[in-house]
Design a protein. Structure first.
Length: 453
């Protein structure tokens, strides 16, 4: 009897210990408030009549103003679960499930921000697989004075592009450089002829699915990451062409559609100095997609059987980031640089590039009030149609008042402007912007409440 009682007690103690070795944490952010925006865009005349669809949009002028009770201006609202299981010897299993939330919607919307599982070895690092942040995002998000908010006016960050299911979906986002409406509560630049990657086009891809991430612990001040994503498929197609358009692609067969991502980063900390660098490359290849539509990218026009997004199915997308921060005590200084270049696999003369640099400061005005300011500049260009280079300027200012450790009020303002001289291109399927000025500008302003849990 005593032995039975001892056995039961031992099993109960073991079960309690096993339970104590596993943990799950629920966390999240709810960000709500007032958000306003303005947008103004002008462009020269666009001659699309020769592009096979008979359209001639003509001169474009777009103006917009938006004011509303909004959400997620400072931080994207989210709900997450993360946990770990201690398996002994410094080894543990880990997981994260995180979805984005839209607190102001009548019907709650949620989308996958992160979902991955993996192993952690104390003193070495982690290995995880799933939908995960990219190497650039992991180091850029900790070296941005504005904290990667969702307002316009950040030269090196916007969250509008994502690689889904292992494929690069950056066709329109990367090649049609109109200031997009994916940035929170900004008016879209529909019909704009801004070529290349503009101030408000995504500076880099923030996350990818089907990803393997190897992250080291910090050793001697240095932490590093390796990243790989892959999604391949094989199919057969016969006689594919772009019927209905005078632009005809050759008949192409099937083959292996290959979508891969490779990348890595380094993060070095020495006393009050932090220096980071990251690189990631997206390669998306679909042999069934023809070369037609390349000349339509600048105008965003469509043709029967295909759209400019087909370029996103056959592209190399190289993204690079470097930054440094230094904490002076009273304030922290930030210096950032980023470059993105997309090249057509089918025709290397077609490239879209974007380069930007940004400085920032952030500090405590009082024990409960912080403030920041950033200023950036850069340029973008689309080659293959001899379109002019676009120059842009950005800035943001903002402040947080912390009511408690987890709740703060914030006010923020961000703006950008962009201009270039359009050039005349000749030949079939080209866009003629004439010699007129192409320009856009926009601003966001927000006042809100953010609660983290």
């Amino acid at each position: 009897m005593k032995k039975s009682l001892l056995a039961v007690a031992a099993m109960t103690a073991f079960a309690g210990a096993a339970q104590a070795q596993s943990s799950v944490t629920v966390y999240g952010i709810l960000d709500v408030g007032y958000v306003g925006s303005t947008y103004k865009g002008t462009a020269g005349s666009v001659n699309a009549a020769s592009e096979g669809n008979g359209a001639n949009p003509g001169s474009v002028t777009t103006n917009g103003v938006s004011n509303s009770i909004g959400q997620s201006a400072e931080s994207t609202s989210r709900l997450g679960f993360k946990g770990s299981e201690d398996m002994g010897g410094g080894l543990s299993a880990i997981f994260t499930v995180e979805v984005g939330l839209s607190p102001n919607q009548n019907t709650q919307l949620a989308w996958n921000r992160q979902t991955f599982a993996g192993l952690n070895k104390k003193g070495l690092g982690t290995v995880t697989i799933g939908n995960q942040y990219t190497p650039i995002f992991d180091v850029q998000s900790i070296t941005d004075a504005a904290g990667n908010n969702n307002l316009v006016g950040n030269a090196v960050y916007s969250a509008s592009l994502q690689s889904t299911s292992g494929t690069f979906n950056g066709g329109l986002g990367a090649w049609n450089g109109a200031a997009n409406g994916a940035v929170a509560n900004t008016a879209g630049a529909t019909g704009s002829v801004n070529a290349g990657l503009t101030a408000e086009s995504a500076a880099y891809v923030t996350r990818a699915s089907n990803a393997l991430k190897i992250q080291s612990d910090r050793i001697g001040g240095v932490a590093g990451q390796l990243y790989y994503s892959q999604s391949n498929s094989s199919s057969t197609q016969y006689g594919l062409n772009y019927a209905g358009s005078s632009a005809t692609a050759p008949n192409v067969g099937g083959g292996v559609a290959n979508n891969t991502v490779i990348g890595g980063n380094l993060d070095y900390v020495w006393q009050k100095l932090q220096v980071v660098a990251a690189y990631q490359a997206f390669r998306s290849y679909d042999p069934s997609a023809g070369n037609a539509g390349l000349a339509l990218i600048a105008s965003g026009a469509t043709i029967a059987g295909g759209t400019p997004s087909t370029i996103g199915l056959n592209a190399l997308d190289n993204q690079t980031y470097a930054a440094a921060t230094y904490d002076f005590g009273i304030l922290k200084a930030y210096l950032q640089w980023g470059n993105r270049k997309v090249t057509s696999i089918q025709d290397a003369s077609w490239t879209s590039s974007r380069t930007a640099q940004q400085i920032g400061v952030k500090g405590n005005l009082t024990p409960t009030i912080t403030a920041y300011a950033t200023a950036g500049m850069g340029n973008s260009a689309l080659f293959g149609q001899s379109l002019g280079k676009q120059n842009f300027r950005t800035f943001q200012i903002g402040s947080d008042y912390y009511l408690s450790k987890r709740t703060n009020l914030y006010v923020a303002y961000g703006a950008y402007n962009q201009s270039s001289n359009g050039n005349t291109a000749s030949g079939a399927y080209t866009t003629n912007t004439g010699a007129s000025q192409v320009a856009t500008s926009g601003a966001n302003y927000a006042l809100g409440l953010r609660h983290t849990f």
